[in-house]
Design a protein around this ligand. Structure first.
Ligand code: HEC
Length: 154
């Protein structure tokens, strides 16, 4: 009896915790796309460009490097060129546009793009098992990658 009660209390606490962590985040299906892109931060917490650069390279996170390179990452191994080089990308696009591209490239760029949607339940075609029902990046990781892209100015 005691053990059971303990378990129940623990579960309630865990739910309460995750609910408060989520409270300030915009859920993937609630992200608002406007003509300017996604104007509102997904978390309200400024992105960290250093964490963003890590997510950009990390194969189990953004793995942006598999398709994009830029001068500051040219010495990294295994970079690809399926997508355009991202040098100066922050001079070509406004921040809300870049956020929209990261959240859901199918909406922001084109239905046909090979780029995955990183904060969308429609991640893309032939999605790895581990991403079914999840977003590839968390809301904060999107903001971090965005902050990193913001450093890529011409
Ligand atoms: C599977 C390959 C792939 C991955 C992974 C990928 N992209 Fe892309 N990305 C593309 C392609 C292809 C385009 C060009 C748009 C199109 O499809 O026509 C693109 C376009 C872009 C653009 C617009 C660039 C411009 O100059 O117009 C940005 C910004 C971008 N990607 C950022 C990212 C970031 C950041 C990540 C990681 C979080 C990422 N991409 C991951 C393939 C990819």
């Amino acid at each position: 009896m005691m053990r059971r009660l303990k378990f129940t209390l623990g579960a309630v606490a865990a739910i309460a915790l995750s609910a408060s962590a989520m409270a300030s985040e915009v859920a993937p299906d609630a992200v608002e796309f406007t003509d300017d892109g996604v104007t509102m931060s997904l978390t309200g917490v400024p992105g960290d460009p250093v964490a963003g650069a890590d997510a950009f390279k990390n194969k189990s996170l953004g793995n942006c490097l598999a398709c994009h390179v830029n001068a500051s990452m040219a010495t990294e191994q295994f970079h690809g060129d399926v997508g355009p080089a991202l040098d100066g990308v922050a001079s070509r696009w406004e921040e809300p546009e870049l956020r929209a591209i990261l959240v859901n490239s199918k909406k922001a760029l084109s239905e046909e793009t090979l780029m995955p949607g990183f904060y969308s339940m429609e991640v893309g075609k032939n999605v790895a098992e581990k991403f079914v029902g999840k977003t590839i990046l968390t809301a904060q990781q999107v903001e971090d990658v965005l902050a990193y892209l913001g450093t890529l100015k011409e």
